[in-house]
Structures are given as C-alpha cells and as structure tokens.
Design a protein around this ligand. Structure first.
Ligand SMILES: O=C(CO)COP(=O)(O)O
Length: 250
C-alpha cells in the first residue's frame, strides 16, 4: 500500500499572529509539493490568521493541542469544536513537551485522541522514549505501552486515519537526530504494534512520522525508510529550510 507522506511543522510557542502570517506567506511557495500532505501546527491564537493566509495553497493548518471535554469550566483550554468550526483538520496530541511541562499522561492522551476522532479531527499522536530509557534498552517496550494506551477504544476505521509521530525525547531540539536505523526500527515496531491491536490493513494504512532535529539534510534518508511516512518538524519548520524538507523527494 502506498501511503501518502505527511510532513508537519510544529511551531511550538513561537510566532505572534502577525509574524505567523508573514511566515505562512514566506513558506507558501516553498512548500508547494502536491505529493505530500503539508500541515502547519501553530499556536491557538495564530490558527485563524494562518488559515486565512494559507487559503488557496496546499497548506493545512493544525492545532498543537486541545482539551478532551466539549465545553465548560476549563479556563484556558481549547475545545475540539472550536477547532473544527474554523476549519482545522489536524491536532497534535501528547507531545513530549506537554507530557513534561503540562502533566499529560497516556490516559489523558487517550481521552484527547478519542475526542479528536469524535469530532472528525485527525490526531497526530506523539510517542517517544527518554535517553535513559534508550540506554536501558526499554525503548520498544515503552513505545508499545504508549501506543496501546493511546489507542484504547479507538476503532480500526479511526486508527487507519491516525498519524503517529515517533519523537525520541533526546533528539528533540538537540540537533541530535536519531540514526536512520534507530528511527526506522521504532517506526516499524509501532506498525507491528498497530497490527497486533487491529489487523494488517490498519497497520498498512496508518501513517507514522519521525520527529527530532529533522533537517533538510537528514530528511531524504529518513523519509525513504519503509515505515517512515514523513516527519514532525520543530525548529526547521520556522525557516525556509522547511521548503527543502517538504521537497525532500525533488
Ligand atoms: O518536537 C519536535 C516536533 O514536534 C521536534 O523538534 P525539533 O525538530 O526542533 O527537534
């Protein structure tokens, strides 16, 4: 099965609304590669101006987070229907920075994933091991646990449309990209895990990204791996380099 690559930027807590519009306008011509799905996941306050700026281009605008309740007394949170109402289709769920600084757990990730699907949003579900876990040789066990909990009560039909981002924590923002072999090994293990939870067809359909210090120079080899279906890009997604990453196949 040919899976369409999906290359997403995660802007994290960067760019004011006016800076965001300028960046979308700058990158728009550089990321015009129809062979891949291109998503810019931006801060909540940047979503509406970015949607406007991206009109008529191949860029989809995504969110970096959302809450798992419909509405109510959750000061500061963004509800799923607030995202869908303005035309957002993708939402990052369970990034390691949210797990580390905002107390997200595998259980809250699962709740958010279920809520995203309920609203027709495509979750980009993040997983990844720490350096200690890698050194202790428990990477695959850890990732399998994260995946199994994230997908609790998710149907096969939903899982087929999900995106998983494998992001080793030690490779995020460090300039220390995982080797192609390390990235492919874990992404393959994630696909096996999805096959065990569901079936072959679901494992073959789900898209798995690598994230962690992806650059224009590392992208082509990473994205050529049989189980790596694109990337989730932090720092380099804020620069013209993102155009080179999106056009890794040109
Ligand atoms: O966390 C990441 C994307 O979600 C990766 O960030 P960097 O590409 O800056 O390492």
């Amino acid at each position: 099965m040919m899976r369409k690559k999906i290359i997403a930027g995660n802007w994290k807590m960067n760019k004011t609304p006016s800076e965001a519009v300028a960046l979308v306008n700058e990158l728009k011509p550089l990321v015009a590669n129809e062979e891949v799905d291109v998503v810019f996941c931006v801060p909540a306050i940047d979503i509406i101006p970015c949607l406007e700026a991206a009109k008529g281009s191949n860029i989809e605008i995504g969110a970096e987070n959302m809450y798992y309740e419909e509405s109510g007394a959750y000061t500061g949170e963004i509800a799923p229907n607030m995202l869908t109402d303005v035309g957002v289709k993708y939402v990052i769920i369970g990034h390691s920075e949210r797990r580390e600084y905002f107390a997200e757990t595998d259980e809250t990730v699962n709740k958010k994933v279920l809520k995203a699907f309920e609203h027709g949003l495509t979750p980009i579900i993040c997983c990844g091991e720490s350096l200690t876990q890698r050194e202790q040789g428990i990477t695959i066990d850890w990732i399998r646990q994260q995946i199994k909990i994230a997908f609790l009560n998710v149907t096969a039909e939903q899982a087929k449309t999900a995106v998983i981002a494998y992001e080793p924590i030690w490779a995020i923002g460090t300039g220390k990209v995982a080797t192609t072999e390390q990235a492919q090994e874990v992404c393959a293990a994630i696909r096996v895990c999805i096959g065990e939870i569901y079936d072959e067809a679901t494992a073959a359909a789900i898209r798995i990204q690598y994230g962690g210090s992806v650059s224009a120079s590392s992208a082509p080899e990473l994205f050529a791996q049989s189980d790596i279906d694109g990337g989730l890009v932090g720092g380099a997604s804020l620069k013209p380099d993102f155009g080179k990453i999106v056009n890794y196949n040109k």
